[in-house]
Design a binder for this molecule. Structure first.
Ligand SMILES: Nc1ncnc2c1ncn2[C@@H]1O[C@H](COP(=O)(O)OP(=O)(O)O)[C@@H](O)[C@H]1O
Ligand SMILES: [Mg+2]
Length: 332
C-alpha cells in the first residue's frame, strides 16, 4: 500500500440506541485502502459488512448513529462534513454498487439517460457530451453495442448486464473509490467471473480503489490485494492476502479459511465453524468470538484484545493467536 492511503478510516462505529441501551453494530473499525488497491471485506452474514460500507456512504437509516475519529479520502476529512458537502464528495469521491442492481437502477428511465444524468450532475457536462460519455462508459464496462443498449430499460437486461450497468452508473461521477457490496453473490459463476475480471480491469485502467464485500473467500483470493476480516462488527484481522490466507492468526479467520471448500472439490457436507455469531442484544464481553473460540482463555472473556501488528501491515486482535503456544496462567 502507498504511504498515504486513499481512504483512511479510524474508529468507525455504528450504534443502535434502543431504550437505555446502546448497541454497537460496528465497533471501532479502522482500515485503510491504498490507491488502485482492492481490499476484500469478509465475514459471516450479519457481521456488519453492509452497515460499515453504508456508514462510509452515510446511507443508513436515522435510527443508526455513526461516529468516527477520522475518515479521510485523498486527504479530505469526511467525518466532519455537513450533509450537503458530504453529498458532493460522495458523488465525486466514492461510488457504491450492490447485490441487487434492479433495486438501485431506475426502472422507468433508459440506462443511458441514468448514466448521463449522473455525469451532468457531477461534472456539469452538456446533454450531448453526457450522452456520448454514457455510451463510452457502457462500452468500458463491456456492454456490447452500447449506443443501442443505452436506449434500453433495466428490465431488458440480463442479471450480468444489469450489474455492468450499475457499475457504469457508479463510475459516472468518476469516483476514486468503489464500494462493491456482494455484487456477484446473485450471479452464476461464469457471469461472476466476468464481473470480477471487469473490476480488476477498471482498477488497472483507471487506478480505481475498491472495497469488495463478500462472504466468499474464493472470490477474495482471486480479486483482492488485502483482506479485512470482520466478526460481530469488529475487525479480527487485516493484512496482505497472502499473509491472511497463508497464515491467519485470529482463530476466526483461520476457521473461515479452513471451512472454505477447495477449488473444484465436491464436498458432501460443508464444514462450518461451530456455534453461532452472537446476537446484537447479547454480545459477549471481551473478545466477541470467545464463546466459539478453541483458543479462548480467561482474559479473552473479560478484555477486548487490541488490533496489534503481528508483522508490518498485518494486524490481528487476539491474545492467543493460531500457531502460538497458549499462554500459561500466572503463578502467584
Ligand atoms: N437498520 C437497522 N436497524 C437495526 N439493526 C440493523 C439495521 N441494519 C442492520 N442491522 C443489524 O446489523 C447487523 C449487521 O448487519 P449487516 O451489516 O447487514 O451484515 P452483513 O452485511 O455482514 O451480512 C445485523 O445484526 C443486522 O441485524
Ligand atoms: Mg451485507
Amino acid at each position: 500500500m502507498t504511504a498515504l492511503p486513499l481512504l483512511d478510516v479510524q474508529g468507525l462505529s455504528v450504534s443502535l440506541h434502543d431504550g437505555r441501551e446502546t448497541r454497537h453494530i460496528v465497533d471501532d473499525l479502522s482500515l485503510q485502502v491504498g490507491e488502485g488497491e482492492i481490499l476484500g471485506l469478509v465475514g459471516e452474514s450479519g457481521s456488519g459488512k453492509t452497515v460499515a460500507c453504508r456508514a462510509l456512504m452515510r446511507l443508513l437509516p436515522e435510527a443508526l448513529s455513526i461516529s468516527a475519529r477520522r475518515i479521510t479520502l485523498a486527504g479530505d476529512e469526511l467525518a466532519s462534513l455537513g450533509v450537503a458537502d458530504f453529498a458532493r464528495v460522495r458523488g465525486r469521491g466514492i461510488g457504491m454498487i450492490f447485490q441487487n442492481p434492479a433495486s438501485h437502477l431506475d426502472p422507468v428511465m433508459r440506462i443511458g439517460a441514468q448514466i448521463a444524468e449522473t455525469i451532468r450532475f457531477a461534472r456539469g457536462a452538456s446533454r450531448r457530451e453526457a450522452k456520448a460519455e454514457a455510451i463510452e462508459l457502457l462500452r468500458q464496462v463491456g456492454i456490447p453495442d452500447p449506443a443501442r443498449r443505452a436506449e434500453a430499460f433495466t428490465h431488458e437486461f440480463s442479471g450480468g448486464m444489469r450489474q455492468r450497468a450499475m457499475i457504469a452508473v457508479a463510475l459516472a461521477s468518476n469516483p476514486k473509490l468503489l464500494i462493491a457490496d456482494e455484487p456477484t453473490t446473485a450471479l452464476d459463476v461464469t457471469v461472476q467471473a466476468q464481473i470480477l475480471r471487469l473490476l480488476t480491469e477498471l482498477r488497472d485502467r483507471r487506478g480505481l480503489s475498491i472495497i469488495f464485500v463478500t462472504h466468499d473467500l474464493g472470490v477474495v483470493s482471486q480479486l483482492c490485494d488485502r483482506i479485512a476480516v470482520l466478526y460481530a462488527g469488529r475487525m479480527c484481522e487485516i493484512g496482505p492476502k497472502r499473509a491472511i490466507l497463508g497464515r491467519p492468526r485470529h482463530p476466526y479467520a483461520a476457521g473461515l479459511i479452513a471451512c472454505q471448500p477447495a477449488a473444484g472439490a465436491t464436498l458432501t457436507r460443508l464444514r462450518t465453524i461451530e456455534g453461532q455469531p452472537p446476537s446484537l442484544h447479547a454480545m459477549p464481553s471481551g473478545c466477541r468470538f470467545n464463546p466459539r473460540c478453541p483458543n479462548a482463555q480467561g482474559d479473552c472473556r473479560s478484555v477486548q484484545p487490541p488490533l496489534d501488528p503481528v508483522e508490518p501491515g498485518h494486524l490481528a486482535a487476539c491474545f492467543h493467536q493460531v500457531g502460538t503456544t497458549p499462554r500459561l496462567g500466572c503463578a502467584a
